[in-house]
Design a protein around this ligand. Structure first.
Ligand code: GCV
Length: 844
């Protein structure tokens, strides 16, 4: 939370200062550091022209942190310089608040109207004593200013022209962690929690300090620590004492902690007979709990609430509304300056799919719009960017226009739950930017989402962005390139007018190298990555066609149909798409302001990439480019998979230009992605080919030249199984081994020549299956199924490809795969594929 809402009691400061020093000391020894992200030693290919000598004007803990960052940043900058470059000019860097700077340097034009958390960076080109001034409107502003200075220098900014003011567009700029006290992270794909383990806060909080540095470096000011499916235990006194240690570790960088709370806590841990938010004892319980929290954590930011959603307790049990629950919590926090982020992700997951009027997309607006004006001023309604759930493509939530007397925050996901779980390269900033710029035309006026969140469009006092981060102990987000998403989230929450490509460029320059070829390639890959992921997963607004009741990772088209979860895309033999029109469907289109309601009501004016979100159309329906829906489904999957393979080519051209460990790590991920895109392609294409019965004009769908199915092989020990869902295996079948060793054998009947040889197998959890390819009895390759992929059953989550390049074959050769099971991994096999070398899938 911004400082004005979170006064820190002075008697805490001394304690907090010592914890800063402690955190700093531990940090040096910590395995997980901010330099695994973008705060790393200089990537500059030339020595910077200046070396900064700090002079800090104040003594608060944040000013000390700013001083440390200045020194650290200077060392980083100089770290990559070559000895042959001229010695840098020594320049004094003056750090302070605007008031302090005004007093110390009365002759320079210090701004008088800098908004809270803003900063001013100024080059005072005095010939005798040149200096750079970094002044914050307040202490957080100073921290942001120091980080901004190094960002600018890394971008090649001419420091002699610096006279820059900046202030955040949004007051709320939070990350949400969905960490559980036991150390697991809901929808986290980068290891275990940096905050919790075994029910308690971890002893080693050095990574937490490092995380706070990363967050502050891009302007994030709040961190909600725990899962919104909240464990009430964290509100118990001994846990609050532990949470206070986390707050101490993050405080020097201006990151305020918040907690998710379960609204039934007064009953579940408080021993009350009820948790009715209108009950006087319940209100008193929350007020007492808030007092206890603020005694321990004077700058506590507030509560996040998930209620009446996906099984979480909620006010509906007592016939109360979300406003009733939110206001009870808000009243408890208000005297201390805290806020409540009440999530609009409230819906019934037992919907009747037979009812054309039933529609999960309607839920947030139907429930929250009637409550507009009933929330206390320190309540912020937190709404996911789309009406469903972080899909690769959704329309913008109409609720942003439907709450005009309520503060609002937009929730987005940094962790890639539905967008490839960090195993696929997907840069999400283009999605967020599109939503931020999207004009809802509320009240027939221009009302882009970014203006609503900035509390400029309507009668609101607060607003902002919340990103579900999912960082863990495995190098923050595990995938090096996925860190661009965390970086971009902060940058857009500070300034939604930034362009995703520019953000990607400044990130790449700080994180990888300033080499133009590398930066250009990385920006290009990031730029297209979301659009491409969408094309081989769920195009035309069908949503991500994944296993929505399980892993949310591989293809599983029908998992979203005919159940109460309401992520339907209503595919049948004749057509596809959920009818959300007023005329014949659920009526969801009417939740938008009139201009958009009209646009989305008519398939002819609905943008193609949202067509099937709003309309049920025949497969032969023609898109704006004249192509039929079914042909688009086929083509987008083939093109998307080919495009994903292209990332590998792009990246391999950078060999020698980026650090070798980074190069190898990213290459392995891109190769995996290219192969998994084929799994996605084949699953969705064969599903819709079978369902629609309409052939592919391009002749791809249903034709797999060079593919030899495992179920058609001569099997020794292997048994044929039906894979579930059927579309996740070629022809719906695979073979599994329950013997010590099994084999599948084919006789090659094609042309003689050199080929690439792909083996499609299922890399299951619970063991490391082993595979050998033999040609005429001679081993040609051997590998382990040791990837960490979801599911213990063979399906699209774990269908994996191993490719052997450049194999010589002639008719009559005997091709054999020998599989050795291990533990619960039965060395399952789908098919082999003999491919011309130049068409081969990328080599692992
Ligand atoms: C924390 C989706 C996720 C859940 C998550 C939920 C939410 O449904 O799959 O894991 O729960 O969203 O945002 O509350």
């Amino acid at each position: 939370m911004p400082a004005p809402m979170c006064p820190i009691k002075p008697n805490r400061i001394a304690v907090l200062t010592s914890s800063l020093l402690l955190a700093t000391t531990i940090s040096a020894a910590s395995a997980q550091t901010a330099d695994q992200a973008w705060l790393r030693p200089s990537t500059l290919d030339h020595r910077p022209a200046i070396s900064l000598e700090p002079r800090v004007l104040g003594f608060g803990i944040m000013e000390q942190a700013a001083l440390r960052e200045l020194k650290d940043g200077n060392a980083r900058l100089l770290g990559g310089s070559s000895d042959s470059a001229p010695a840098p000019l020594k320049v004094e860097a003056v750090l302070g608040t605007v008031d302090e700077v005004r007093r110390a340097l009365p002759h320079i034009p210090v701004p008088t109207d800098l908004q809270p958390e803003g900063y001013w960076i100024y080059w005072n080109g005095a010939a005798d004593k040149p200096s750079l001034v970094v002044a914050g409107a307040d202490h957080p502003g100073l921290i942001y200013g120091v980080f901004a200075l190094f960002r600018l220098l890394a971008a090649g900014q001419d420091f002699t022209r610096l006279n820059l003011r900046s202030q955040p567009a949004f007051r709320i700029r939070w990350v949400d962690q969905w960490d559980n006290p036991d150390g697991t992270i809901e929808r986290g794909y980068a290891g275990r929690s940096i905050f919790f383990e075994g029910g308690d806060v971890r002893q080693d909080l050095a990574p937490v300090s490092e995380y706070a540095r990363l967050l502050a470096s891009v302007g994030i000011n709040g961190c909600n620590l725990n899962n919104v499916n909240a464990s009430p235990d964290l509100l118990k006194h001994d846990h609050l004492v532990q949470i206070a240690r986390i707050a101490d570790a993050m405080r020097p960088w201006g990151v305020h902690v918040a907690l998710s709370v379960a609204v039934n806590s007064p009953q579940s841990i408080g021993g009350l007979a009820t948790f009715d938010p209108k009950d006087a004892a319940v209100k008193a319980w929350w007020a007492a709990r808030a007092r206890e929290i603020y005694d321990l954590i004077p700058d506590f930011a507030g509560f996040t609430v998930k209620a009446d959603s996906e099984g979480q307790p909620g006010p509906s049990s007592f016939g109360r509304t979300p406003a009733d629950a939110a206001n009870t919590l808000a009243a408890a926090l208000a005297p201390h300056g805290g806020v409540v982020l009440y999530r609009a992700f409230v819906y019934n997951h037992h919907l009747d799919w037979h009812d054309p009027k039933a529609d999960r997309a309607r839920a947030a607006y139907d429930i929250f719009h009637p409550l507009d004006g009933q929330f206390l001023p320190n309540v912020i309604v937190q709404t996911k960017e789309g009406p469903i759930d972080f899909q690769a493509r959704e329309p913008v939530s109409p609720l942003f226009a439907g709450l005009q007397k309520t503060s609002q925050a937009m929730e987005v996901q940094i962790t890639q739950e539905y967008t490839g779980q960090q195993r696929h390269l997907v840069y999400l900033a283009p999605m967020w930017k599109q939503v931020l710029d999207f004009d809802l035309h509320a009240n027939n006026q221009s009302t882009p989402v970014k203006e609503i969140l900035a509390a400029k469009s309507f009668h609101q006092s607060l607003g902002g962005m919340v990103g579900v981060a999912g960082i863990g102990r495995d190098r923050w987000l595990s995938s090096p390139l996925a860190l661009a998403n965390l970086y971009a989230f902060g940058r857009l929450a500070w300034d939604p007018n930034l362009r995703p490509d520019s953000i990607a460029e400044e990130w790449a320059r700080q994180t990888i190298t300033t080499d133009r070829v590398v930066v250009g390639t990385v920006v290009d890959m990031l730029h297209w990555s979301l659009r491409n992921y969408e094309s081989y997963t769920g195009p035309l607004g069908m949503q991500t066609l994944t296993d929505i009741t399980g892993s949310h990772y591989g293809p599983n088209i029908e998992s979203s149909e005919r159940n109460g979860w309401g992520q339907w895309h209503d595919a049948d033999a004749k057509g596809v798409g959920k009818d959300r029109t007023v005329a014949t469907g659920s009526g969801y289109t009417a939740q938008y302001p009139p201009e958009l309601a009209k646009l989305y009501e008519d398939p002819a004016t609905t943008p193609d990439d949202l067509l099937l979100f709003f309309h049920h159309v025949p497969y032969t329906y023609k898109l704006h480019d004249g192509k039929t829906v079914i042909q688009h489904i086929y083509d987008s999957h083939y093109n998307g998979a080919a495009f994903a393979a292209g990332y590998v080519d792009q990246w391999t051209k950078l060999k020698g230009r980026v650090d070798a460990p980074l190069y190898d790590d990213v290459l392995a991920r891109l190769q995996y992605q290219a192969n998994h895109a084929i799994v996605w392609r084949d699953a969705i294409v064969q599903y819709f080919l079978k369902l629609s019965g309409i052939p592919d004009d391009q002749g791809h769908a249903g034709h797999y030249p060079g593919r030899l199915e495992a179920e058609d092989a001569r099997l020794n020990g292997y048994k044929i199984i039906d894979v579930t869902p059927w579309e996740d295996a070629s022809g719906g079948k695979a073979v599994t081994c329950s013997e010590k060793v099994c084999s599948a054998e084919w006789t090659y009947t094609g042309q003689p020549g050199r080929y690439s040889f792909a083996v499609q197998y299922f890399d299951l959890q619970g063991g490391i299956g082993h595979y050998t390819l033999k040609i005429n009895g001679q081993p040609a390759a051997t590998w382990d199924g040791n990837a960490d992929l979801p599911s213990k059953h063979p399906n699209g989550d774990n269908s994996t490809r191993y490719t052997v390049p450049n194999v010589g074959l002639k008719p009559g050769d005997i091709l054999q795969i020998e599989g050795t099971p291990d533990g619960q991994d039965p060395a399952a096999l789908d098919y082999i594929e003999v491919l011309p070398v130049h068409e081969a899938a990328p080599v692992i």
